[in-house]
Ligand binder design. Structure first.
Ligand SMILES: CC(C)(COP(=O)(O)OP(=O)(O)OC[C@H]1O[C@@H](n2cnc3c(N)ncnc32)[C@H](O)[C@@H]1OP(=O)(O)O)[C@@H](O)C(=O)NCCC(=O)NCCS
Length: 191
């Protein structure tokens, strides 16, 4: 961080988010089967779920947008207790495709919730994405949860979606301040 500037909201850290028994690392092929089961189980207790988030993970991994360094697991010993993915997507603009990240999905084991692990995974993958050269990220999710990281409605940025998803659930975050200034277009979310 440059001296004298404030940290970005998604980069904020506090002591409650530091749990030294939990490690975060990129997923490996040997994790895939466990992740499939983990994500299915985690979404059984989600506020909103489509029922096939575990297959969505598999589809994202098989897609051209997969970024192995931005698919993370949180582990406690040998057990996976959290998972998050960010993959390559784009805003279709009148002047071409503007590449950004898609943040989805995020899952934390039921017995590890409300201890900051979801926030830790979110901040970690966003920071890795920024370091990897991405300057903005989008997601479809609950604004009550994601607002704390600085996500705002995509419509604030002049970005619509072609899937018919209500604007308030379609959110965006600039990883580099001002990155989306003047960008107008549409996103088609993979399903
Ligand atoms: C959403 C989820 C990842 C949060 O993980 P977590 O480790 O509990 O998150 P944190 O500890 O960082 O934050 C917990 C806080 O977020 C709140 N929260 C969790 N899910 C929320 C939601 N959908 N909407 C609003 N707030 C939510 C909790 O009430 C808690 O608030 P509090 O700190 O004021 O008590 C976890 O609940 C989960 O895996 N749910 C099932 C899968 C899911 O819904 N994924 C998100 C959609 S992609």
């Amino acid at each position: 961080m440059v001296a004298g500037t404030l940290p970005a909201p998604w980069a904020r850290r506090d002591a409650a988010l530091t749990d030294t028994t939990i490690a975060i690392r990129p997923e490996r092929p040997s994790d895939y089967a466990e992740i499939h089961t983990f994500v299915r189980t985690a979404f059984e207790t989600a506020k909103v779920a489509g029922g096939d988030e575990q297959c969505f993970v598999d589809r994202l991994r098989a897609s051209g947008g997969y970024l192995p360094d931005l698919a993370l697991v949180a582990t406690e010993g040998d057990r996976i207790v959290g998972h998050v993915m960010a993959t390559r997507t784009a805003i279709d603009t009148p002047t071409g495709r503007r590449e950004i990240l898609l943040f989805a999905p995020l899952a934390v084991a039921f017995d590890h919730r409300r201890r900051g692990l979801g926030a830790r995974l979110t901040r970690d993958v966003l920071e890795r994405g920024r370091v990897g050269g991405f300057d903005a990220v989008t997601l479809v999710g609950d604004p009550a949860y994601y607002g704390r990281f600085g996500f705002r409605p995509a419509s604030d940025f002049g970005v619509a979606n072609t899937n018919g998803i209500p604007d308030r659930y379609v959110q965006m975050l600039e990883l580099v301040p001002g990155a989306l200034a003047g960008v107008v277009g549409t996103i088609t979310y993979v399903t």
